[in-house]
Design a binder for this molecule. Sequence first.
Ligand code: ASP
Length: 323
Amino acid sequence: MFNRTWVLACALAVVPALVGAQDFPNKQIVIVVPFAAGGPTDTLARNLGATLTGILKQQVIIDNAGGAGGTIGINKVAKARNDGYTLLLMHIGMSTSPALYRKLPYDTLNDFEYIGQVADVPMTMLGKKALPPNNLKELIPYLKANKEKLTYANAGLGAASHLCGLLFMSQNEIDITTVPYKGTAPAMTDLLGGQVDLMCDQTTNTTQQIKAGTVKVYGVTSAQRIPSLKDVPTLAEQGMKGFEVVVWHGFYAPKGTPKPILDKLVAALQTVVQDAGFKSRLAELGAEPVPVAKANPESLRNHLQAEIKKWDPIIKKAGQYAD
Ligand code: ASP
């Protein structure tokens, strides 16, 4: 039944993968970021890439593939060569997109290999500097009274900025026009320029603006205040009961990436999350690497599955506020 030619053909097909695995990495690695350069996902990816470069002794570069709430970049990695040289850093949107999109060009649970969780990043609700309300108590009635003329910036359906706005507007029963960007870096430019009125974004993109006073901040989205912005109250403590969005991030490879390569990447990620420089750069931006026990494939797989289950009913309930 199995003739010699067939066995030889199979053996030859496996050899390149194993040879590739042995000396991995022997060239530059690309991390696809599904959002524009200069934004929060990009900032985290650049810190991750720089630390990985030191560990793997190969250059790790970023490919910004923004648009459609991150789904374009995710799809790019789903279709990339599974040789360990194209990887994906994506956040909570990996788990919200299946509920938000009727049809995705990739299969969230079956098109990827898991490397591990990377970091958790809280968000902040911001207004342009000239927006009249000075705190959340003033903001909510102002939004209700002016909803026809106000705009909310986000990075598209499936972005964390979309999720935060959806939950915020739904909990406060407000419906305002959203303006999607390829990432929250260009959205921040427009918020600073006063072309849009509101945005909720990760602290990795907002801390410097909040400290410089170039935007108005109405609260952080974590359950507790964060040390780098300790004067900024949480939305929950100002009356938005139970409001909590913390943006978790996962590191993925295309399905079928050889196990020896994945093992090397997992070991490298575990070194990154314990690296003092990585920790302190993130802390300055209000973010935190995950504990090393979460920087592994099982933890990411379980978390992704649990998050898909968690967000599906919440998004469906708040659905009328989606873009
Ligand atoms: N992470 C941001 C968001 O989800 C987008 C970005 O990184 O530019 O809104």
